[in-house]
Ligand binder design. Structure first.
Ligand code: NAP
Length: 286
């Protein structure tokens, strides 16, 4: 625990529910390691209190904060400025101060890309399948486009919502696939991203794609599951058994957090310390 004094500065995360968050463990470990007199705390904020809470965070001189479900999209009107990236995604997960007031940005895109950027892969030539069309899928689509991917399939279980998601990206051509047809593109796909909660603890025996589905993928394909509880999910276990390269959601969580911290403290984040803190916190939950 940091020694709280009259000089202690405040960071935090707003969401509802918030008790499950791993962000305080990751950020407080980093702040302590850097010897900074800051503390990062979880704030449970109900949707109907969002505006009051944001004004309150300002009045209390909070330095910056993260935003999680259900406020990532609804926070936009309460901010003085929103980065181009966050506007493109349509969601904010990190807020910092400027002379104008609160500025919202999105570090989920950077977090998602961090492990992929280390691969030398012909991104502009490959096809991607994104499972799910929720908030995380918006960051994933933006990220894949940024990587250079131009053939992006998106699959979800409600036809109207799927069409609405596709229509919300006038600048990107997305290929919608009904949920029952999600495996039909796999022969051509080199990156599969699960953005649904299928397989998340406690439903660990569920998977959005079967071993039979994964058998259709090229041998060089990557399977990326945004879930980090459990590690690995059944989807990733099946992909590993097939010999495919896999990534889970912990690297995304880590790198979105590191990028957020850098906005607030203006210096490089100690990612190795943050990774250990996350793994310890996850281990404690088991
Ligand atoms: P969200 O906005 O609620 O979206 C979830 C999506 O999954 C929706 O498209 C939903 O479709 C779909 N879905 C849910 N159950 C389904 C099922 N049984 N069959 C087919 N589709 C289903 O949530 P989110 O914020 O995008 O988060 C999604 C996942 O990503 C969660 O597991 C979250 O923990 C993870 N995540 C991880 C990170 C990280 O840093 N690693 C960051 C963000 C999110 P309907 O709308 O039709 O229900």
């Amino acid at each position: 625990m940091p020694k709280i004094s009259g000089h202690t500065q405040l960071l935090g995360v707003i969401g509802d529910p918030i008790a499950h968050t791993l962000s305080p463990a990751m950020h407080n470990a980093a702040l302590e390691h850097l010897g900074l007199n800051y503390v990062y705390v979880p704030f449970g904020v109900k949707s109907q209190q969002l505006g009051v809470a944001i004004a309150g965070l300002d009045a209390l001189n909070v330095v910056g904060f993260n935003v999680t479900i259900p406020h990532k999209e609804t926070i936009l009107p309460y901010l003085a400025d929103v980065s181009d990236l966050a506007q493109q995604v349509g969601a904010v997960n990190t807020v910092y101060r400027s002379e104008k007031g609160w500025v919202g940005t999105n570090t989920d895109v950077h977090g998602f890309l961090a492990p992929l950027r280390q691969q030398s892969y012909p991104w502009s030539e490959i096809a991607v399948l994104v499972l799910g069309y929720g908030g995380a899928a918006r960051a994933v689509v933006t990220a894949c486009y940024d990587l250079g991917c131009r053939q992006i399939y998106i699959s979800g279980r409600q036809g109207e919502r799927l069409e609405a998601f596709v229509a919300s990206w006038p600048q990107i051509t997305l290929h919608p696939l009904p949920w029952s047809e999600r495996a039909t593109c796999l022969e051509n796909v080199s990156l599969v991203v699960n953005t649904t909660p299928i397989g998340m603890s406690p439903h660990t025996s569920a998977t959005p794609l079967t071993a039979e589905d994964l058998a259709k993928l090229p041998a060089t394909a990557i399977v990326y599951d945004l879930i980090y509880k459990p590690r690995p999910t059944l989807l990733l276990q099946l992909a590993m058994a097939r010999g495919l390269q896999t990534f889970d959601g912990l690297a995304m969580l880590l790198h979105q957090g590191a990028a957020a911290l850098e906005y607030w403290i203006g210096q490089p984040a100690p990612t190795a310390i943050m990774a250990t803190a996350l793994e310890t916190a996850l281990g404690r939950e088991k």
